[in-house]
Design a binder for this molecule. Structure first.
Ligand code: GDP
Length: 389
C-alpha cells in the first residue's frame, strides 16, 4: 500500500504520550500514607486555611474510631486556642469590614465569626438562597462555611446539602467551604460533630458560618442552640401548618424572610410579610433587645439578599451592645459541657467489650420475656459503673 495513503483504517504512528501516572505524585502520596499527619500538622494546616487538611480533620471528627476521636479532640483543643478570644467594643467595625487591617491583639484570627442558622421546609429555596447570599458575601471579602444538620440524611432524597446540583457556584468558590451533613446518627451526635466542625472552620479563617437544617422538626432547636442568628425562610400563601413550621420555631426566629417574592408571587409575599410581622409582635420582647423582623426576598432574582445581611449585622450590633451575644455563646458553651459528657459516657459504655457482649444476651433475654427492658438496662449500667469502682 502507498505509504502516504491516508485511510481511517490505517494506524498512524502518533506522538509518544506521557505516562498516565505521575510518578512523583505517587511517591508523595505513598510517603504521606506511611507518615500519618500529627496533631501539629492538622492544626498548622487548618490555621493556614488548607482545605484538604480541614476536610481531613472534619473526617476525624466524624469518625467513630476511638483513635480518630482522640486525635480529633486534641486538634479541637488547639483550634479553640486560636478562636477563643474576648469581644471588645471596637471590634464591630472589624466585623463590618473584613478587609480591615485592624487586628485584635489578643487573637491570631482576623475577625470574630458569626454563626447563622437557616431553616425552612424543603423546597422553600434554602440552597438557592445560600448560594445567592454566599456569593454576595464572598464578593465582599468574607470567607463562608456552609454546614448542614440533617440526622435523616441517609434516608431523605434530594434535600441533602452536598448533593451535586445544589449550590453549584458556591461549591467552586475558593472563599466558600461546603460540608454536607455527617452521616445519619442521633441528633445529639450530629449536633456535637457540627459544633466541633464550626470550631475547625473558624480556626481556618471562615468568618461567616451557615448552618442549614433540612429537617422540619427537632433539629431546629438544636441549630438554634449553636448559632448567633436564626433565620427562618418561609413561603407566601401557605399556612404555618402546611409548611410544617411549628409555632415554637417562629418564636425562635430572629428574622423571617418570605422567599420567592418575585413574579406573580410578589403581592402574596408582601401580604404574608405583614401577617408575620404582626404575629412576631405578639411575642414579648426578647431579652436580647432585638425585635425579630419579617421581610421578603427572592433568592432567584437576588432581591432582598443584601437586606438579609444588613439585618444580621444590625442584630449583631444590638446584641453585642446588650451583651446578649456574648451571653448566648457562654450559655451555648455550658450546653457543650453536658453534650460532651453524655456522648463520651455513651461512647465508652457501648465500646466496652464486656458490655457489648452482655447487651446481645440482654436483647435475647428480653425477646424471650425473661427480663424486662428496664431491669436489663439497669443491670448493664450497674455492671458498667461497678467495673469503674
Ligand atoms: P431547598 O429544598 O429549600 O434547598 O430549596 P431549593 O433551593 O432547592 O429550591 C427549590 C425550588 O425553588 C427550585 O426549583 C428553585 O429554583 C426554586 N426557587 C428557589 N428560590 C426561589 C425564588 O426566590 N423564586 C422563585 N421563583 N423560585 C425559587
Amino acid at each position: 500500500m502507498d505509504k502516504n495513503h491516508k485511510s481511517a483504517l490505517s494506524v498512524m504512528e502518533g506522538v509518544e504520550q506521557p505516562d498516565q501516572i505521575n510518578a512523583e505524585l505517587v511517591k508523595k502520596l505513598k510517603s504521606k500514607r506511611a507518615k500519618p499527619l500529627m496533631v501539629k500538622d492538622y492544626v498548622d494546616g487548618v490555621k493556614q486555611g488548607n482545605r484538604t487538611i480541614l476536610s481531613k480533620a472534619i473526617t476525624l471528627i466524624e469518625s467513630a474510631l476511638p483513635k480518630d476521636q482522640e486525635l480529633a479532640q486534641l486538634i479541637i483543643t488547639e483550634c479553640l486556642r486560636i478562636t477563643n478570644y474576648e469581644f471588645t467594643p471596637g471590634q464591630y467595625e472589624e466585623i463590618r469590614n473584613p478587609k480591615s487591617e485592624i487586628r485584635n491583639p489578643k487573637s491570631e484570627i482576623r475577625n470574630p465569626s458569626i454563626r447563622i442558622g437557616i431553616t425552612g421546609v424543603p423546597g422553600v429555596g434554602k440552597s438557592t438562597f445560600i448560594e445567592a447570599i454566599g456569593k454576595y458575601l464572598t464578593a465582599l471579602g468574607h470567607k463562608l462555611a456552609v454546614l448542614a444538620i440533617d440526622p435523616s440524611s441517609s434516608r431523605s432524597k434530594g434535600s441533602i446539602l452536598g448533593d451535586k446540583t445544589r449550590m453549584e457556584e458556591l461549591a467552586v468558590d475558593p472563599n466558600a467551604f461546603i460540608r454536607p451533613s455527617p452521616a445519619a446518627g442521633s441528633l445529639g451526635g450530629v449536633a456535637r460533630k457540627t459544633r466541633e466542625t464550626i470550631i475547625l472552620c473558624e480556626a481556618a479563617g471562615f468568618d461567616v458560618i451557615f448552618i442549614e437544617t433540612v429537617g422540619v422538626g427537632q433539629s431546629e432547636t438544636t441549630v438554634h442552640s449553636m448559632v448567633d442568628f436564626f433565620l427562618l425562610l418561609m413561603l407566601a400563601g401557605a399556612g404555618d401548618e402546611l409548611q410544617g413550621i411549628k409555632r415554637g420555631i417562629i418564636e425562635m426566629a430572629d428574622a423571617i424572610f418570605i422567599n420567592k417574592a418575585d413574579g406573580e408571587n410578589l403581592t402574596k409575599a408582601k401580604a404574608a410579610r405583614i401577617e408575620y410581622a404582626n404575629a412576631l409582635h405578639l411575642y414579648p420582647p426578647p431579652e436580647s433587645g432585638w425585635t425579630p423582623v419579617a421581610d421578603i426576598c427572592s433568592a432567584k432574582s437576588k432581591m432582598g439578599i443584601e437586606k438579609v445581611w444588613e439585618t444580621i449585622l444590625e442584630h449583631r450590633k444590638i446584641t453585642q451592645k446588650t451583651g446578649y451575644f456574648q451571653l448566648q455563646r457562654q450559655l451555648q458553651n455550658r450546653q457543650v459541657l453536658y453534650e460532651s459528657i453524655e456522648s463520651e459516657l455513651r461512647r465508652k459504655f457501648f465500646a466496652n467489650p464486656k458490655i457489648s457482649a452482655q447487651i446481645s444476651e440482654a436483647e435475647e433475654e428480653i425477646t424471650l420475656g425473661r427480663i424486662n427492658p428496664y431491669q436489663a438496662a439497669q443491670k448493664l449500667l450497674d455492671e458498667y459503673f461497678g467495673m469503674l469502682l
